[in-house]
Design a protein around this ligand. Structure first.
Ligand SMILES: C[S@@+](CC[C@H](N)C(=O)[O-])C[C@H]1O[C@@H](n2cnc3c(N)ncnc32)[C@H](O)[C@@H]1O
Length: 337
């Protein structure tokens, strides 16, 4: 079974979950609700999910909304029926070309795998439209598909480019995802801009993990977004990206600090925890942090006294885990107003 943490995702916080937990334990103790408003894979919200609390999850990208629902919403699903469907998908053999193979064969995937991925995606659509699976089951099958293609993609972990040499041709193998709905009864899941959502929610702990540089997640994961949305758009260039103008994040642009301030000033919560990388001006334009430490401190300190926690970390970067000189930092505020 695929676990929520088994996805290659830029900036995922798997390796610092115990660090975040230690801050919550020492500074907060018990809490009833936590909002992970830039959820990505959902690994942070998932870590703190229990049957007695409420986790609010949200991401701008639809394919993340799909997997957040698959792992963390409360809707029922038929595990045996899904296992049978997945088993049939794994066994199937087809040579019928489709949207996915027409555009992606010989790029991120071999022709054989691209044909199979496109066929499976169309089947998931048909199963849902004909009422043979419910929405939760559709979310689970799509997540299983996204997790399994991540394992065979001819990439270094994202879809900004594919590897031109050393073509991988491992056959795609879908598996069920590791989820049960017992802990999910109170959870809420959204696919909204964080600055809009913040106006509608309340929670004890607000955890913020926004993108910190100009690298757009919609560029890095366009292929999973395309496959999950399945609107079969035109694709462009060598990387075969579709028009992502509506899903670009403002946190990767020049006015990130204005949005950040708006988010913080509109938060209705007791505590804020913020993860923000300290790359500073590293010399590489794309890696430079979009919000300066001064801007972060200025926004946070309007709501209360700020504490900064630091730990060495392994950065997930272009498919390899490597140590670098950076420290993982979590800014903590207990809100006074
Ligand atoms: C650093 S990643 C989060 C990683 C996550 N904590 C994990 O462990 O997987 C930042 C996420 O913010 C999302 N995002 C960017 N801009 C957003 C916005 N305005 N509203 C909501 N989500 C946004 C991106 O799609 C991306 O998934």
């Amino acid at each position: 079974m695929f676990k929520i943490s088994q996805r290659r995702y830029l900036g995922n916080k798997n390796s610092i979950l115990p660090f975040i937990e230690s801050i919550i334990q020492s500074e907060i103790g018990h809490f009833d609700s936590l909002c992970d408003i830039f959820s990505g894979t959902g690994t942070v919200g998932n870590y703190f999910n229990t049957k007695d609390n409420k986790i609010i999850l949200n991401d701008l990208l639809y394919h993340n909304f799909v997997s957040l629902n698959a792992f963390l919403n409360q809707d029922d699903f038929n595990k045996d029926a899904l296992l049978k469907i997945i088993n049939d998908f794994n066994k199937l053999s087809t040579e019928k070309e489709n949207y996915f193979s027409n555009h992606f064969a010989g790029t991120y995937f071999s022709k054989k795998n691209a044909i199979k991925i496109g066929f499976i995606r169309e089947e998931i659509r048909n199963l849902f439209i004909s009422g043979k699976i419910n929405l939760k089951e559709k979310f689970i099958l799509l997540t299983s598909l996204n997790y399994s293609i991540d394992r065979i993609a001819n990439t270094v972990g994202h879809y900004d480019a594919f590897i031109k040499k050393a073509f991988k041709d491992t056959a795609i193998e879908m598996k069920l995802i590791d989820t049960s709905i017992e802990k999910n009864a109170s959870n809420e899941i959204y696919n909204k801009d964080a600055n809009l959502l913040i106006r509608d929610i309340e929670c004890d702990i607000l955890y913020l993990d926004p993108p910190y540089n100009s690298r757009q997640y919609s560029d890095a994961y366009h292929l999973l977004e395309n496959l999950s949305l399945w609107q079969k758009p035109e694709v462009f260039g060598l990387a075969k990206k579709f028009d992502r103008s509506k899903i670009k994040s403002e946190y990767c642009k020049v006015n990130a600090s204005v949005l950040f301030d708006d988010l913080i000033q509109n938060a209705k919560c007791k505590y804020i925890l913020l993860s923000y990388n300290n790359m500073g001006n590293s010399g590489n334009g794309r890696s430079n942090a979009k919000i300066s430490d001064e801007q972060i401190m200025s926004s946070l300190s309007k709501r209360g006294k700020v504490k900064v926690f630091e730990q060495d970390y392994k950065e997930f970067n272009t498919g390899t885990e490597k140590r670098n000189h950076n420290k993982e930092r979590v800014f903590f505020v207990k809100l006074e107003q």
